[in-house]
Design a protein around this ligand. Sequence first.
Ligand code: AMP
Ligand code: GLY
Length: 421
Amino acid sequence: MFTFVKILVVGSGAREHAIIRALVMGGDEVIAAPGNAGISREVPSVPLDIADSAQIAALAASEGVDLVVIGPELPLVNGAADAVRAAGIACFGPSAEAALLEGSKAFAKQVMAAAGVPTAMARVCTTMQEVDSALDGFGAPFVVKDDGLAGGKGVVVTEDRQSAADHAQQCLHRPGESAVVIEEYLDGPEVSLFAITDGVSVVPLQPAQDYKRVGEQDTGPNTGGMGAYSPLPWAPVDLVDDIVNRVIQPTVDRMRLDGIPFSGLLYAGLALTSRGLRVVEFNARFGDPETQAVLARLRSPLGPVLHAAATGTLAAAEPLHWSADAAVTVVLAAENYPASPVLGDVINGDERADALPDVQVLHAGTALAADGNLVSSGGRVLSIIGTGGDLTQARGRAYAGVAEISLRGSHYRRDIAQGKG
Ligand code: AMP
Ligand code: GLY
């Protein structure tokens, strides 16, 4: 029998806000670090440098939590989960070594090759000579990826060979980077599937689709994500099983057999191409903004399954129950996001929108100014989620929520959940 636990959630985005609401709804006691202005209205929040793994472990110990849930990739790649576990506290999130599945595209490609997981053909290049030959070999459209973490913005997909070569050159010259990945272009709709794992068993969540480009009709630069929806009515009925059997389970098994067990959340970003599904990327944590849509549909408590994954008991966990409803997330971004977001503008109407039926407003880049005003403090400011009987109803509610909110210079995409993104 599961008893409620005290959980520290590390991070400050709308993804963490969604995780926190799901945990609180399930009856758990939650503290957030560092959180944001919206999160601190709902649970106690304490300052934290998320890049400091020792500080995370010390906070977990001093607060006497039973479980730490790490939201973003940076602390995972830095070893925050290792530090928390070394302090004798359960942690939802992979070790630094296992988080390389996200932290190094070259490492992810090696694991996929060893596990027989379908992905784009790729070449890891360390010189411009290798880059030129790879670009010529694959042809246009060109796909050029920073090897390391880049917040979703390190990938350039372009028809223009010169821009492709320029991005590769920049990646090779980034401090601490020595490799750039050039790969085959994958055509077809993209799907995000999250799976909770303890390194052995796998529990998939519901699939979602994310909108990465800043502009409508997928124009402009890539962002951290401008919107998402779930479920995917157009997807094959066996999609989730197929991804678990061909991608998630083989990867989890390979990592364990290689002595780098992956526990936490394995996020597969896939393209459904004319030649079958292919992995575009792995991430080592919940995706943002898909999590906001996916968790809006979760009917089971979230705490027990995260705790089970963190303690190696996932096989015995209760199955998850999902609402048949649809959920749509629209991201409200600051002026000039993603290039150089303008911060410090006053936000109005978020609580009014959050109070609408079947609408939630989750905070990301928000802070309280000295005068008590809610102001923008990050590129992605708010996630507005609508739920309903189908995607049309859910998206109508999400945009009705957006309409309540004012933030000077802000922008959002009006085409979220309209067709395959
Ligand atoms: P990633 O950071 O690897 O997820 O890439 C960000 C985005 O770039 C993906 O969601 C895709 O939209 C696009 N992308 C990445 N790799 C490819 C590829 N091989 N073919 C086509 N698009 C890609
Ligand atoms: N939704 C994209 C990401 O979380 O990386």
